[in-house]
Design a binder for this molecule. Structure first.
Ligand code: BGC
Length: 280
């Protein structure tokens, strides 16, 4: 007997590309090859929603398959609270409502690092770990997901800690390494400072490092001297897609979905908080 796979569609919105794939929720693996479409230069919510509609439409998926979208921003119950690295007009947008309107599917929105954290927790390097696990992503910004005994504490935004007078991600994200043409040794000094502060604040049991550069983890992780074990993400750059799909599936079956805002009216929520240090 053939048993139908349980799937959800995961999408990761990044600064340069919007990537999506249907995910088998029992294994965390892609059911079909991932599709990537470049992020529109003018990365407004409407332009991105059009790309997502095209992306989802390029797969032949039953109408009830939910979509989960990871965005590089804090998201409170579907509402984008602020935006550091895409168009500023994202602030205040109800992303699940926008995507439900555009695609007709149940839609869930989640911070990109939280999605990656959930992906690693369910299917990757943090699998089955209890205690305090911190998943960080090093890319255009620094993303963070804090998972305590398997439960996500959403929107921690630890990339924006102020360290030595700087918004930390402007010094220690992978984009800073590229922009300033740092060697891995020079960059590791900045990571050392960053992770030392974070480990002193949170005393995690495990730190997982994701983002595209985690492919090269052997060039910088061994240079770090921390109390906490620090390992590379197992799902590498697919963790965001996988975690967003998993969260969409959770929300789709929950009586009271926590991050989905589809049929019901969006919760009233004022979303005008800004990071004083993002300065962009
Ligand atoms: C954003 C976070 C995001 C991180 C990684 C930061 O600039 O504020 O929400 O998770 O970048 O993309």
């Amino acid at each position: 007997m053939r048993v139908a796979k349980k799937i959800a569609f995961g999408i990761d919105i990044g600064g340069s590309g919007i990537k999506g794939a249907p995910v088998d929720l029992s294994t965390g693996e892609f059911v079909a090859d991932r599709v990537r479409i470049p992020t529109p230069e003018n990365s407004t919510p409407t332009a991105v929603a059009e790309v997502i509609t095209e992306l989802v439409g390029s797969f032949d998926l039953p109408k009830k398959v939910p979509i989960g979208v990871a965005l590089p921003a804090p998201i409170d119950y579907g509402i984008v609270r602020s935006m550091a690295n895409l168009d500023k007009s994202w602030t205040g947008v109800d992303l699940p409502a926008l995507l439900h309107g555009a695609t007709g599917r149940p839609a869930t929105a989640v911070n990109d690092a939280d999605a990656a954290g959930l992906g690693e927790q369910r299917y990757g390097a943090a699998g089955g770990r209890n205690g305090v696990v911190l998943v960080t992503t090093l890319g255009t910004g620094i993303g963070s997901a804090l998972i305590v005994d398997g439960r996500l504490v959403p929107n921690t935004e630890l990339g924006h800690l102020e360290i030595d007078g700087y918004d930390a991600e402007t010094r220690a994200a992978d984009s800073a390494r590229e922009r300033e043409d740092l060697t891995y040794e020079q960059w590791a000094e900045r990571l050392q400072r960053y992770y030392s502060v974070v480990e002193n604040l949170l005393s995690p049991d495990l730190i997982v490092v994701g983002g595209g550069v985690s492919k090269k983890h052997e060039r910088f992780l061994p240079l770090l001297n921390l109390r906490t074990p620090i390992v590379a993400a197992q799902l590498r750059n697919t963790a965001g897609i996988v975690g967003a799909a998993a969260m969409a599936a959770d929300d789709a079956k929950a009586d009271k979905p926590i991050r989905r805002a589809v049929e019901s009216a969006p919760m009233s929520f004022t979303a005008d908080a800004k990071y004083p240090l993002s300065g962009k």
